[in-house]
Design a protein around this ligand. Structure first.
Ligand code: NAD
Length: 254
């Protein structure tokens, strides 16, 4: 009988950091379930690349802002796993999906705040809670924060505060799930060239240079700087790393 591969579920795996995480996780020999919000073709293309590496992959639609849809998502995930992965369980959950809204503190609307909160805190909290019965003992949770939870740049009051909350949540998860051998860690990327916040870091040359100027390694980050760190956390080599915030920013704002 062949041994069951470990399986990681990556939210928002269709592009940007989540795509890079999914591909690097597959490079470590894990099978990957990835979710997309609206761009199914992009997600399918990532899954296809993973299959070409010899790993299993599947895509599922998920809106992490809508917690009422989580029970159906959990059910669907279970069915997908049983049908195509030969198991009903996952080993790692990577809560990556997210959006950026740049709004000064005095101008941030309740609508903007609620959307950010639903995606970055409530969604992460309850999706993880509902997926827990499907998470194997000895597995892991990887949450995604931001350098903006440690340092302040104008326009990220709500976003930064919610990412800070996810860092605290990570420690509580580690504390309460340790009895099942489940580790919870959080990575905090610095500014990375993706579609995030309208692609500002990637497409606004001036902003890109400014961020590079206060980053010790002298440039902004690329998706490829991030995925390998998450992939490492999804391996047994990282088995003693727990309740940690790992900043992956090239030394931004130090
Ligand atoms: P991105 O815009 O390239 O990708 C975001 C991903 O999240 C996409 O796959 C998208 O489909 C998904 N997503 C967005 N809203 C969703 C929703 N409501 N439901 C389900 N999925 C949704 O951005 P990215 O840079 O890859 O960001 C990924 C994560 O990294 C986010 O949590 C973000 O806050 C965090 N982050 C990004 C940066 C950066 O500079 N790019 C820095 C620090 C942290």
């Amino acid at each position: 009988m062949t041994q069951q591969n470990k399986i990681a579920l990556v939210t928002g795996g269709s592009r940007g950091l989540g795509k890079n995480m999914a591909l690097k996780i597959a490079d470590k020999g894990l099978d990957v379930l990835l979710t997309y919000h609206s761009k199914k073709e992009e997600a399918e293309a990532v899954a296809e690349t993973i299959r070409s590496k010899g790993q299993k992959a599947a895509v599922l639609q998920l809106d992490t802002a809508n917690s009422t849809a989580f029970p159906a998502f959990v059910e669907q995930t279970q069915q997908e796993l049983k049908q195509h992965f030969g198991t009903g369980k996952i080993d790692y959950l990577v809560n990556n999906a997210g959006i950026g809204i740049n709004a000064p503190f005095v101008e941030t609307t309740e609508e903007q705040f609620d959307l950010l909160m639903n995606i970055h805190l409530k969604g992460v909290f309850f999706l993880t809670q509902q997926l827990l019965p499907m998470l194997n003992d000895g597995g892991g949770i990887i949450n995604v924060s931001s350098g903006l939870a440690r340092f302040a740049l104008p326009g990220y009051a709500a976003y930064g505060a919610l990412k800070a909350a996810v860092e605290t949540l990570t420690r509580y998860q580690a504390k309460e799930l340790g009895s099942r051998g489940i580790r919870s860690n959080v990575i905090a990327p610095g500014a990375i060239e993706t579609d995030f916040n309208g692609g500002a870091v990637r497409d606004n040359e001036q902003y890109n240079q400014i961020v590079a100027s206060f980053t010790a390694l002298g440039r902004v980050g690329l998706p490829d700087d991030i995925g390998g760190v998450v992939a490492f956390l999804c391996t047994d080599d990282a088995r003693w790393i727990n309740a940690q915030r790992i900043e992956v920013s090239g030394g931004q704002s130090i």
